[in-house]
Design a protein around this ligand. Structure first.
Ligand code: NAP
Length: 467
């Protein structure tokens, strides 16, 4: 029920697309006055739009402009550089606002669970992506400080010594990684990649990228636009074995029902028929192929793979037919995984926060002031736009609860600021982001580029400080 003017104070944890779309949905409705505080542990907003979308996908990255407009609204405030679970507990935050929406994404990677996975030269795609997007966690101010177990295996060091790379998984992230690995460095100059990332990529020696799909070509997780993009790379042959494209009855059924799968198969079929041009670089697709173990002593030297088939009940099983692919770099692109926040209900088996239509379930019943949206709600699936409808569902639940009187406004909009100030925590707001933005544009201009990402936390904080 509307409270006649005192705004409901809603804190959103996570300033990525899911959190900002939730802020937008709250801000756009006119039934209930709302003030939205969007918090992020990073000094800058935009989450995966900045640190996940491939830098050579400028049009998708430009979604940032829309997200930025939401953060600029009078009833929305950005609180950067505030870590819930460290600076404030969840309960402390809940004590300062009327409702909390968790939108902190899926910050970890799934594991393969095979021998050799920890070898030097084996790296998770989320980390590799974070590196080429200039994420401060993988560009620590003291090199190796945040990933001590990976000393000496920064992505930069690895790609400088890799000719044959393997990417495990056949989703869109695998395509992003393959593209960044195979493109000639000059094709990445017009991105906003950080200086040291571009310098590292300039020294790369990758000639072959092998993409492994544990199931057949009917079961690709790519979107067709992204798949086709590989076919437009100059100087790269695409190698697809026509035998891999043979359809068993279950694959045929999938192709009959799933238009994206059918389109992907058509693209792959066309590539399988293309004669090799003798190009210096190649992307090889290996379907019905799963990794068994990584070999090497102090660095990956090969991956053992096994031919697979699909069982009558739809499971993948190995055929026992194995062989080795020589490689110096294995990027495990098998999906992201949600992690728990201290004090928040969490389902380890799904990597998600338990909920119904975005209402968090705590101890078997709905928590009265907690909601969830984005990857931590539904799992790491969908494209950026999927988060919009997801956020609308969650915000509709919250607004319904206000109308039903189960959620009421009892907090001053300044309570969160007072709490943070009392802890000596100084959040970075949109003025700080504008200074960082200007510094990135200036850094880019000095090298004839539109923008250069500041990858180190110290650089971001220094830019935010400049008056
Ligand atoms: P994804 O789409 O879930 O793909 C994961 C891939 O890993 C699947 O092919 C999966 O095969 C495979 N896999 C999982 N476990 C495996 C194992 N143990 N061994 C071998 N293969 C395994 O994940 P993603 O590529 O990380 O992408 C995450 C989300 O972001 C997706 O929704 C994606 O569309 C989106 N995204 C979109 C764009 C874009 O629109 N341009 C770009 C990047 C990401 P199975 O199917 O057999 O499990």
């Amino acid at each position: 029920m509307s409270n006649g003017g005192t705004p409901f104070v809603v804190a959103i944890i996570g300033a990525g697309p899911s959190g900002i779309y939730a802020a937008e949905a709250l801000s756009q409705q006119t039934d209930v006055p709302v003030h939205v505080a969007v918090l992020d542990r990073l000094p800058v907003p935009f989450g995966l739009v900045r640190y996940g979308v491939a830098p050579d996908h400028a049009s998708i990255r430009s979604i940032r402009n829309t997200l930025e407009r939401t953060l600029e609204k009078a009833d929305v405030s950005f609180y950067g550089d505030v870590t819930i679970g460290k600076d404030l507990t969840i309960d402390e935050l809940r004590g300062a606002v009327d409702a909390v929406i968790y939108a902190y994404g899926a910050g970890a990677d799934k594991r393969l669970g095979i021998d050799g996975e920890e070898l030097r030269g084996s790296i998770a795609a989320p980390e590799f992506v974070a590196w080429y997007c200039g994420h401060p966690d993988v560009h620590p101010d003291i090199v190796g400080a945040l990933v001590p177990e990976q000393d000496g295996q920064t992505p930069a060091e690895l790609i400088a010594t890799t000719a044959q790379a393997v990417v495990v998984g056949i989703g869109n992230v695998a395509l992003d990684v393959a593209r960044v690995l195979i493109k000639v460095p000059s094709e990445l100059d017009d991105t906003d990649m950080a200086d040291d990332v571009l310098d590292s990529l300039a020294g790369k020696t990758v000639t072959d990228v092998h993409i492994l799909g544990r199931r057949g070509p009917a079961y690709t997780a790519f979107t067709t636009k992204e798949l086709r993009e590989l076919g437009q790379l100059s100087g790269v042959d695409l190698v697809v074995d026509p035998h891999d494209l043979h359809l068993d009855p279950s694959s045929e059924a999938v192709i009959g029902q799933d238009k994206v799968a059918a389109r992907n198969l058509a693209v792959l079929t066309e590539w399988a028929a293309r004669p090799a041009t003798g190009a210096e670089r190649r992307i090889h697709f290996h379907f019905w192929t799963r990794p068994v173990r990584l070999l090497g002593i102090d660095r990956v030297t090969a991956i053992e793979v096994e031919r697979t088939r699909i069982t009558a009940d739809g499971y993948v099983e190995g055929t026992g037919d194995t062989h080795l692919i020589d490689t110096q770099l294995v990027v495990r692109s098998v999906g992201y995984r949600g992690v728990s926040l201290p004090g928040l209900p969490f389902d380890e088996s799904t990597g998600r926060v338990p909920h119904s239509e975005g209402r968090v379930i705590r101890d078997g019943s709905f928590s009265l002031d907690e909601y969830v949206t984005g990857w931590i709600k539904r799992g790491p699936t969908g494209v950026i736009g999927t988060n919009k409808s997801d956020a609308v569902e969650t915000v509709n639940s919250l607004l319904t609860d206000i109308h039903d009187g189960t959620l009421s406004a009892s907090h001053d909009v300044r309570a969160l600021d007072t709490l943070l100030a009392g802890r000596g925590i100084h959040p970075l707001g949109m003025p700080a982001w504008h200074k960082i933005d200007a510094a990135e544009i200036e850094r880019g201009a000095s090298h004839g580029r539109q923008r250069t990402t500041l990858a180190h936390r110290s650089e971001l904080l220094a830019a935010a400080d400049e008056s």
